[in-house]
Ligand binder design. Structure first.
Ligand SMILES: Nc1ncnc2c1ncn2[C@@H]1O[C@H](COP(=O)(O)OP(=O)(O)OP(=O)(O)O)[C@@H](O)[C@H]1O
Ligand SMILES: O=c1[nH]c(=O)c2[nH+]cn([C@@H]3O[C@H](COP(=O)(O)O)[C@@H](O)[C@H]3O)c2[nH]1
Ligand SMILES: NC(=O)CC[C@H](N)C(=O)O
Ligand SMILES: [Mg+2]
Length: 532
C-alpha cells in the first residue's frame, strides 16, 4: 500500500533482482542520486506491475542463463518502451532471450579489467551510457560466463581483452547491457554510468529526498489512521523506533501511544534517558512499563544464547500485548494499528528471490506475533535505508546524539553477559559498557565506530591489585565499523589502542568483579557483532 503511494509521488526505477549479492547496492547508488527505486524479485510480471517505472535494471545472479532452473525475465520488459540496463547476468539474460549466445568462459574472471569504449557519434543514444567517461577505464568483473554472440539489433559499445561484448546497446530501443558491475565501488566510473542511465537515458526526476518524504508520509499516515484512530508502537530509544515514533507524533499527536518495556537488561539509565528525550523533549506520548523482574526471573539458570533470545522475545510480546490491551481499553477500543520500525533491508531480505537466509540468531519481532489482536501494521520506514532514516531524523529535529546512536539489540545486555544472566552480572556489564561508551565519546571516536559495547565473559582470571592476588572476571570490548551490519571490520589504529588502554584501566579500577579487559579483534564474518 505504502509502496504504491511512493510510486505515485516519485519517479521510480525498478530493479529486478536475480539473486546477486550486490543487488541492494544498485538500489543504494540510485537512492544516492535522489531517485526513488524499488527492488522486486526477477519473477515480477510486467502485466502485474501497478506502476510504470522510468527505467528497469536487471541485476547479476549466481545462476548461469543456460542452467535448467535459471531465473527468467518476463520478455515484456523489453517491449515496454522503458529503458533497460542489464548488469552481468542481466546482460546475459537479455542476450540469451533475444537470440544471442552465452557460454561458460575458460576462466572465471574476478577482478579488474580495462574497458575500451566504442563510440557511435551518429547514433541518437548509444553513447549516452558511457558519456563523460574516458576510455580505457578500469571496471570490476565477477563472472564465469560471457556473451559470445551478440543478439540481433545490438551494437558493441565496450570491449575488454577477454570480453568482446563487455557493453552493448540496442540500435533502436533503449536497451543496454554491461558485463561488469557498476554498483561496486571498485568500478570507479560505475556511479557515472548509473547516473547516465537513470538521469539521462531514463529521464528520471531526482525528487526523492527526506524533506519531501516527511510531508508525504505524514499526510499518508493521517489518511490511513483517520481522524479518530489510535496507534500503538514499541519504542526502544534506538534510531529506527524513535524516528518512526516522531513521524507518528507529528501526524496524529497523542493518538499515538508509545510503549517502552524495561526488560531489566537495558543500558545504564536508559529508561530515564529515553523518557527525557522522547516524552519531555519531543512530546511523544510514552509509557514505560517496568517488567525487569519478570524478564530476569525467566532468565534464571538459562545459558544457551538462543534460549535467552526466545525467552526475551516471548516475554516482550506478552508484556507488550498486555499493555496494548490496557491502552486500547483506555481509548475506547480505537486502536487499530501497530507501528513497526521495519527498514528496507528487512523487506529486501524477506522478498529475496533466494528466500530468507539461514537463521544465525533469532531476532525478536513484535508485529507478527500480535495476530490475535487483529492489529494492522503501519511501517513508515519500510522503504528506507538506515542512513536515510538518520537523515530523516535530522529533518524531524532529533538531537544528534539520538540520530547517531549505535544500534542496541532488543535482547540487550542479556546477550552480552555470556552464560547465566543474573542481576549482579548485568550490573557489571552495564557499568563497564557505560565507561567504555563514555570514553569513546570523549575521545571523539563515537561517530567513526558503527557499534561498540562491552561484554562480560563467563571466565575468571588471576590478577594482582594492591599487592593482593585477585581472581575475577573478564570484560571483552567490541568496536566495529560497518555500513550494513551484515559484514563488519574491527576498529584498529594507534590512537584507538591508546584509548583502549585508558578504558581498560578505568574499567578495572571502577567496576568491582573485573580484573582484566580484552579487545575482540574478530571481523564479521566469521564472527558476528554480538557474542551471542
Ligand atoms: N525495550 C524495548 N521496549 C519497547 N520496544 C522495543 C524494546 N527493544 C526493542 N523494541 C522494539 O523492537 C524493534 C527492533 O529493535 P531494533 O534494535 O532493531 O531497532 P531500534 O531499537 O528502533 O533501532 P536501533 O537498530 O538503532 O537499535 C524496535 O524498533 C522497537 O519497536
Ligand atoms: O533488535 C535486535 N534484536 C536482536 O535480537 C538482535 N541481535 C543482534 N542485533 C543487532 O544486529 C546487528 C548484527 O548483529 P550480529 O552480527 O550479532 O548478528 C548488530 O547491530 C546487533 O546489535 C539485534 N537487534
Ligand atoms: N555476477 C553475475 O551476474 C554472474 C552471472 C553468471 N552467474 C556468470 O558467472 O557469468
Ligand atoms: Mg535497538
Amino acid at each position: 500500500m505504502s509502496v504504491e503511494h511512493m510510486n505515485e509521488a516519485f519517479d521510480t526505477i525498478l530493479i529486478l533482482d536475480f539473486g546477486s549479492q550486490t543487488s541492494h547496492l544498485i538500489a543504494r547508488r540510485i537512492r544516492e542520486f535522489g531517485i526513488y527505486c524499488e527492488l522486486l524479485p526477477c519473477t515480477q510480471k510486467m502485466a502485474d506491475l501497478h506502476f510504470k517505472p522510468k527505467g528497469i535494471i536487471l541485476s547479476g545472479s549466481p545462476y548461469s542463463v543456460y542452467d535448467k532452473d535459471a531465473p527468467r525475465v518476463d520478455p515484456a520488459v523489453f517491449d515496454s518502451g522503458v529503458p533497460v540496463l542489464g548488469i552481468c547476468y542481466g546482460l546475459q539474460e537479455m542476450t540469451n532471450l533475444m537470440g544471442g549466445k552465452v557460454e561458460a568462459c575458460d576462466h572465471r574472471e574476478y577482478g579488474y579489467a580495462q574497458l575500451q569504449i566504442q563510440t557511435f557519434p551518429d547514433h541518437p543514444f548509444a553513447d549516452k551510457l558511457f558519456k563523460g567517461i574516458e576510455s580505457p577505464v578500469e571496471v570490476w568483473m565477477s563472472h564465469g560466463d560471457q556473451v559470445t554472440g551478440i543478439a540481433d539489433g545490438f551494437n558493441v559499445i565496450g570491449t575488454t581483452n577477454t570480453a568482446p561484448y563487455a557493453g552493448v546497446a540496442h540500435k533502436d530501443k533503449k536497451l543496454f547491457g554491461i558485463q561488469f558491475h557498476p554498483e561496486l565501488s571498485h568500478t570507479v566510473c560505475g556511479k557515472a554510468i548509473l547516473h547516465n542511465f537513470v538521469l539521462d537515458i531514463c529521464q528520471a526526476k531526482a525528487s526523492w529526498s527526506m524533506g519531501e518524504f516527511v510531508n508525504k508520509e505524514i499526510a499518508r499516515i493521517r489518511q490511513i489512521v483517520g481522524p479518530a484512530g489510535h496507534v500503538i508502537g514499541a519504542v526502544s530509544g534506538g534510531v529506527d523506533s524513535t524516528v518512526a515514533a516522531k513521524l507518528m507524533n507529528e501526524a496524529i499527536g497523542d493518538r499515538f501511544h508509545a510503549v517502552l518495556v524495561d526488560n531489566g537488561v537495558m543500558r545504564l539509565n536508559e529508561c530515564e534517558n529515553v523518557k527525557k528525550m522522547l516524552a519531555d523533549k519531543m512530546g511523544i506520548n510514552l509509557k514505560i512499563v517496568n517488567a525487569a523482574d519478570l524478564f530476569l526471573d525467566r532468565l534464571k539458570g538459562v545459558t544457551d544464547p538462543e534460549k535467552k533470545r526466545k525467552i526475551i522475545g516471548n516475554t516482550f510480546i506478552e508484556v507488550f500485548e498486555a499493555e496494548a490491551a490496557i491502552i486500547d481499553k483506555e481509548c475506547g477500543g480505537e486502536i487499530e494499528y501497530l507501528l513497526q520500525g521495519t527498514l528496507y533491508p528487512d523487506v529486501i531480505e524477506s522478498i529475496s528471490f533466494k528466500g530468507p537466509s539461514a537463521t544465525i540468531k533469532t531476532h525478536h519481532n513484535v508485529g507478527g506475533l500480535l495476530e490475535d489482536m487483529k492489529l494492522k501494521l503501519i511501517e513508515p520506514l519500510r522503504e528506507l535505508f538506515k542512513d536515510e532514516v538518520r537523515e530523516l531524523g535530522k529533518i524531524l529535529g532529533l538531537d544528534d546524539e539520538l540520530v547517531w546512536r549505535h544500534p542496541f539489540p532488543g535482547p540487550g545486555i542479556a546477550i552480552r553477559v555470556l552464560g547465566e544472566v543474573t542481576r549482579e552480572q548485568v550490573e557489571i556489564a552495564r557499568l563497564a559498557d557505560h565507561i567504555y561508551i563514555e570514553e569513546i565519546k570523549k575521545g571523539g571516536f563515537y561517530r567513526q565506530i558503527s557499534q561498540a559495547y562491552a561484554a562480560l565473559l563467563p571466565v575468571k582470571a588471576v590478577g594482582v591489585m594492591g599487592d593482593k592476588r585477585t581472581y575475577e572476571q573478564v570484560i571483552a570490548l567490541r568496536a566495529v565499523e560497518t555500513t550494513d551490519f551484515m559484514s563488519a571490520d574491527v576498529m584498529i589504529g594507534a590512537e584507538w589502542f591508546l584509548l583502549l588502554k585508558r578504558i581498560s584501566s578505568r574499567i578495572i579500577n571502577e567496576v568491582k568483579g573485573v580484573n582484566r579487559v580484552v579487545y575482540d579483534i574478530s571481523s564479521k564474518p566469521p564472527a558476528t557483532i554480538e557474542w551471542e
